[in-house]
Write a new protein. Structure first.
Length: 293
């Protein structure tokens, strides 16, 4: 399904979130760019359905692998057309070009000339190989920024692969703190409205899985004396869970306090961006698989 006008087919919940952001004073100055990023994410996912080959991605005997705590997909095997990737990366950089960053801008001709090896980049994003470190050294881009840039491009592609598989994954028996599909640490979490269960969210492939509430999703600390959270306003659905053992933090949404019917983590991550510097100032850091801030 391809269409140059995303407004004709954007999901209703995404359109609702975009409208909400436009009406929020905190985001009005950046509303256009945020809207374009959200549309880019959706457009890339829809287009990717016709541009990828998933025949070798999903591993056999998935229920047994979940039981053993083993990955159920290998995204290094995902085949993506280079021309499609080059186009998507160029489009993404056009959207973020207002934020002048010379090292980031230097990536554009490297992508267009074929200097950046997409297969190595894809492997590095699922933590196999040190190609991201090589790019960091060559272009002088901060590690977390570099990985965030390329995750924004590959996330909807990985998500399209999961959708294209037609599989429904029962992750109820998954107990690990990393994503069962791509191996990444969580970027955010939510507390389910009806049950209070905690679900972790993977930013790299948009997957979610249940995880124990009183346990650090990074170092597995369970001593409640070392687990805490803070929030800015009473009644806010947003809080920051912190671990005093590994000094990591994770932004969390309490659905009981949220007015939204459905949590769209990509949108919520943007809406809670003000919490990131607060957590860092308190001595905590964000952990991304392979990188720490």
């Amino acid at each position: 399904m391809k269409n140059n006008s995303t407004e004709e087919y954007l999901p209703e919940d995404l359109e609702s979130c975009i409208a909400e952001l436009k009406n929020d004073r905190l985001y009005q100055s950046a509303a256009e760019q945020i809207e374009n990023l959200l549309k880019f994410d959706y457009e890339t996912k829809i287009s990717a359905l016709e541009e990828i080959d998933i025949s070798d991605v999903f591993i056999d005997d998935i229920p047994s692998r979940i039981e053993r705590g083993e990955l159920i997909a290998d995204f290094t095997r995902l085949k993506v057309r280079d021309s499609f990737l080059s186009n998507r990366i160029s489009e993404f950089f056009k959207i973020i070009s207002k934020e002048k960053n010379e090292p980031v801008e230097s990536l554009i001709p490297a992508v267009q000339s074929g200097e950046i090896r997409f297969s190595l980049l894809q492997s590095a994003l699922v933590n196999r190989g040190d190609y991201l470190s090589k790019l960091q050294r060559e272009f002088g881009i901060e590690p977390l920024l570099l990985i965030s840039l390329f995750v924004s491009i590959y996330r909807p592609i990985f998500e399209a692969a999961i959708e294209l598989s037609g599989k429904t994954f029962d992750l109820s028996r998954w107990k690990k703190n990393w994503c069962p599909l791509c191996g990444s640490f969580p970027c955010m979490s939510r507390l389910e409205k009806d049950t209070g269960k905690r679900f972790l969210w993977c930013m790299r492939c948009n997957s979610q899985w249940n995880f124990k509430r009183l346990k650090c999703p990074f170092c597995a600390e369970e001593d409640t004396k070392n687990l805490d959270f803070f929030y800015l306003e009473d009644g806010s659905p947003y809080r920051v869970d912190v671990c005093r053992s590994c000094h990591a933090y994770l932004k969390t949404i309490d659905e009981k306090k949220s007015a939204s019917e459905k949590v769209l983590f990509l949108v919520e991550d943007i809406k809670t961006s003000y919490l990131d510097p607060l957590a860092v100032n308190e001595g905590f850091h964000k952990i991304v698989k392979g990188y720490e801030q």
